[in-house]
Design a protein around this ligand. Structure first.
Ligand SMILES: [Zn+2]
Ligand SMILES: [Zn+2]
Ligand SMILES: [Zn+2]
Length: 108
């Protein structure tokens, strides 16, 4: 009568294994200063100096540097990472809330 027997073979399988395969472990986010640094400027100063327009802004969580995203012509957020080695930035756009690790290429 009862065909809905619990399937025993799937019990006890470690559920985290799948997630570990997808997500890379980022150690940089743990070493960020608390509280996070305030933005040094309202916009990308390098763009201001160069006369180009940032598409979107990114905030360095190590020092508060504000740079433009990779859709902008001069990609100053990425340039800042290459210069300074500061690994993690977050979006500086209103309503958005995510962080990106340049080293691991993951959202953290
Ligand atoms: Zn990382
Ligand atoms: Zn810029
Ligand atoms: Zn920085």
């Amino acid at each position: 009568m009862s065909s809905a027997r619990p399937s025993l073979c799937s019990r006890g399988f470690p559920r985290t294994r799948r997630n570990l395969a997808i997500m890379k472990q980022c150690t940089h986010a743990d070493t960020l200063p608390h509280p996070e640094p305030g933005p040094r400027s309202e916009t990308c100063l390098e763009c201001l100096a160069a006369g180009t327009h940032p598409v979107q802004l990114r905030l360095c969580l190590e020092c508060g540097h504000v740079g433009c995203c990779d859709s902008s012509p001069l990609r100053h957020a990425t340039a800042h990472y290459k210069e300074s080695g500061h690994p993690v930035m977050r979006t500086f756009e209103p309503g958005e809330n995510w962080r990106w690790c340049f080293v691991d290429h993951v959202l953290v």
